[in-house]
Design a protein around this ligand. Structure first.
Ligand SMILES: [Ca+2]
Ligand SMILES: [Ca+2]
Length: 286
């Protein structure tokens, strides 16, 4: 073989090897990409699980607070040091000017309806002391303000209905009367500040819980945090004006293309029966 032909053959062999190398690299890249995707999905699942645990811990601490104090705590707000905002003289969840039972944006740029981490002893907090989920977003908390009419006797001097002393004196038939958890905000008629809307009107078909059931509610804004609350369903959880809107939406996670928009919030609520059970066990109620 002449030297030139031999060189050409060598070049062809080199070229073939480069193509093989390129294919091998592509396969490795695909495998690595798949591995990274799997690791990313596992990390996200761990955050969901950890947030679930924190919500469960939060509800236990809120119930513990109720046992110790004979009442549920009021929410904290972003302008406090993660402690409940409550007027001791009247028992109202307010600072003397603004009430805050359900959360949302308050006057002066403050955010209300935060879990009162310092008051209940919640261990997972940000630098300012506020309770956070596994994504670092502050946990939200709402507490029933009103009493369902006709379910308890006597006069309640404390507008914050959960008061063991009052209940002991007046009977424990009291039920909450305002917090509502709905299935969807993409309904007609729309949600109002006191109903889940939907049809047939007045049927409660869009309700998960009745007003007489939920004493308190803890929730996480999920991985998309507050900024992601652009869909109707998530927006319903942040549209309270402190004391204006006790109506919330909860369901399994959905993507941006769904009727109510992207949804990844996680909820945990305390029913009135569970609260009474704890207070009776602790002998705070007969
Ligand atoms: Ca969310
Ligand atoms: Ca709402």
């Amino acid at each position: 073989m002449k030297p030139r032909a031999k060189r050409a053959q060598t070049a062809r062999r080199d070229g073939f090897t480069l193509v093989e190398l390129a294919i091998a690299l592509a396969v490795v890249a695909l495998l690595a990409g798949g591995l990274l995707y799997t690791v990313g999905a596992q990390t996200e699942q761990r955050r969901f699980d950890e947030t679930r645990r924190r919500l469960d811990r939060a509800r236990e601490l809120v119930l513990g607070f109720a046992v110790m104090n004979g009442r549920l705590p009021c929410p904290a707000r972003s302008s406090t040091l993660a402690t409940e905002v409550r007027d001791a003289a009247t028992g109202r969840c307010w600072d003397g000017a603004v009430e805050d039972y359900y959360g949302g944006s308050l006057a002066g740029g403050a955010t209300g309806g935060l879990l009162p981490a310092a008051s209940i002893g919640f261990p997972h907090t940000d630098a300012a002391g506020f309770a956070i989920d596994a994504w670092g977003n502050r946990l939200r908390y709402a507490v029933a303000k009103s009493v369902a009419s006709g379910t308890c006797a006597g006069s309640f001097t404390n507008p914050h209905w959960v008061n063991a002393a009052n209940m002991k004196a007046n009977g424990i038939g009291c039920q909450p009367g305002d917090l509502l958890i709905c299935k969807s905000a993409a309904v007609s008629p729309a949600l109002s500040s006191s109903s889940c809307g939907g049809t047939p009107v007045g049927s409660g078909a869009n309700q998960i819980t009745a007003k007489s059931l939920v004493a308190a509610l803890v929730f996480s804004l999920g991985p998309n945090g507050r900024a992601g609350a652009t869909g109707a369903d998530e927006a319903a959880n942040l549209d309270g004006g402190g004391n204006a809107d006790p109506v919330f939406v909860f369901h399994a996670p959905t993507g941006a293309g769904s009727a109510g928009g992207e949804f990844d919030d996680q909820f945990s609520w305390i029913s009135v029966g569970e609260l009474y059970g704890r207070l009776i066990t602790a002998r705070l109620l007969p």
